[in-house]
Design a protein around this ligand. Structure first.
Ligand code: SAM
Ligand code: SF4
Length: 435
């Protein structure tokens, strides 16, 4: 099973390769792989990551040939805008959707109106319009990334996070995967499970020094995958060295655009410093996934809209946001859980404000409802992650009260996810490279 379809290079334009997928052409960055016209390649996140022999590619493409077009048909059918209640046609919301369809920018007040929509038909209209735009912008391409959570030690004390430094030691059993365990988990994900992009995530664990991280990234690079790192705040220089060692993508959320809330919820950390780092990561050349939590204490609707606008302003290559899930190991345990539809509306609104963005459905959203992942993909999202942390560690990475998948065998989880994607007509094809 592969989470990317191979394509053939048909043209080279400087650092960009034009890759053909059954007659469809996509741009990918060829700066690192330096592949030639006629070669078969895999791309992830708009970057060419690996070549494969023609004979192997032809075999894989034979299997995909019919499925590729069949999936597209399903996706197009599901993306058609429909509404069941005729009263919605006279609703002001319809005017907003027309504006969206004409590619006109919505004002902040209009975005707030969308966020406040409650009625089932209104929600349906918002989600299907967003899904329709997603289909037009990305066709049925869907990125499927794996995530490996390699350490739950953290020097920080974010009030919302279950693995914060001062979390009750009786409840959080700390672990650190060894370099060998991390590499073996990555190798298994690539060789056995077919992943082409992996996220390596941890608390801010200084035990993993710059040297250790560089060594690890260099080792993992040999697997020819897109390496994402999600390790929190480190000096810009360290991130540059990790980029040179082979990490090409970063997942670092700004958590909330409300500076006062940020500094209250993340004691002794600075909002400005985090935003500055995200900007610097883009300058280094990283693919940047960033975003926020939804439903934090004292958060307003205005904050949610500002979060979406800040993600756009930061030129995120991937939007990563999800619900705040109160954690047993924090004083916020009894805080109200956010309504799933707020998160789905935020996905749709992100699609409206940044039409060709890549929007991730997070595992936290699944915690609210096991169908929420499917609903997120039908509300404008085009990307998802599967947790590949070895089970004995996954149970301990309790950033919030765990996720329904915590005990499920990895292969079962992958099969379910791929079947769900096929039922929606989505194919694990890569996105276009944009400079
Ligand atoms: N330490 C790194 C950092 O903070 O960027 C990476 C690991 S951290 C656990 C990854 C993400 O988990 C954070 O960006 C935060 O948004 C999310 N998170 C933490 N606590 C959460 C909670 N209670 N509910 C949902 N997401 C949470
Ligand atoms: Fe540490 Fe990240 Fe959790 Fe904050 S969110 S306590 S930095 S792991």
């Amino acid at each position: 099973m592969c989470y990317a379809i191979p394509g053939k290079i048909i043209e080279i334009k400087g650092d960009i390769a034009v890759v053909d997928y059954f007659g469809e052409h996509r741009n990918a960055l060829n700066k690192f792989l330096k592949a030639k016209i006629g070669e078969y390649v895999y791309a992830q996140g708009g970057i060419l990551i690996d070549k494969l022999p023609e004979s192997e590619a032809v075999e894989i493409l034979k299997i995909w040939q019919d499925k590729f077009f069949e999936l597209k048909k399903t996706d197009r059918r599901l993306a058609k805008t429909t509404t069941t209640d005729s009263t919605v046609y006279s609703h002001p919301l319809l005017e907003l959707m027309q504006k969206v369809n004409l590619n006109k920018e919505l004002t902040k007040n209009e975005l707030l109106t969308l966020l406040k929509a409650k009625n089932r038909d209104e929600l349906n209209l918002i989600y299907t319009t967003a899904n329709n735009i997603r289909q037009k912008e990305h066709d049925n391409a869907c990125c499927v990334h794996g995530i490996i959570e390699f350490s739950n030690y953290c020097r920080n004390n974010c009030l919302y996070c279950g693995i914060r430094k001062e979390a009750d030691l009786n409840k959080v059993e700390r672990y650190r995967m060894t370099e060998e365990e991390i590499f073996n988990a990555a190798k298994y994900a690539v060789k056995e499970l077919g992943f082409k992009a992996l996220v390596f995530q941890s608390g801010e664990d200084e035990w993993f020094s710059e040297e250790k991280l560089i060594k690890l990234i260099k080792e993992i690079s040999k697997l020819n995958i897109l390496i994402f790192i999600s390790i929190g705040l480190r000096p810009k220089e360290t991130y540059k060295k990790l980029y040179d060692a082979g990490a090409k993508a970063v997942l670092l959320r700004f958590e909330t655009s409300n500076k006062r809330l940020f500094e209250k919820l993340r004691p002794n950390t600075s909002f400005d410093e985090r935003i500055q780092l995200i900007k610097e990561l883009k300058q280094i050349g990283y693919i940047v996934a960033t975003g926020f939590l939804i439903g934090l204490p004292d958060e307003t609707d205005d904050d949610i809209i500002n979060n979406i606008l800040l993600t756009k302003e930061l030129k995120a290559d991937m939007y990563s946001f999800g619900p705040f899930i109160p954690s047993e190991n924090t004083l916020l345990l009894h805080h109200k859980v956010v309504d799933k539809n707020i998160v789905l509306k935020a996905i749709a609104i992100s699609r409206f404000v940044d039409r060709d963005s890549n929007i991730l459905v997070t595992t936290a959203l699944e915690t609210l409802d096991k169908d929420a992942r499917t609903q997120g993909l039908l509300a404008g999202a085009n990307s998802l992650m599967i947790n590949l942390t070895p089970t004995k560690f996954k149970k301990k990475y309790m950033i919030y009260k765990r996720r329904y998948d915590a005990q499920k065998p990895i292969k079962e989880e992958i099969t379910e996810t791929i079947n769900m994607l096929y039922s929606l007509g989505r194919a694990p094809m890569d996105i276009n490279y944009e400079d």
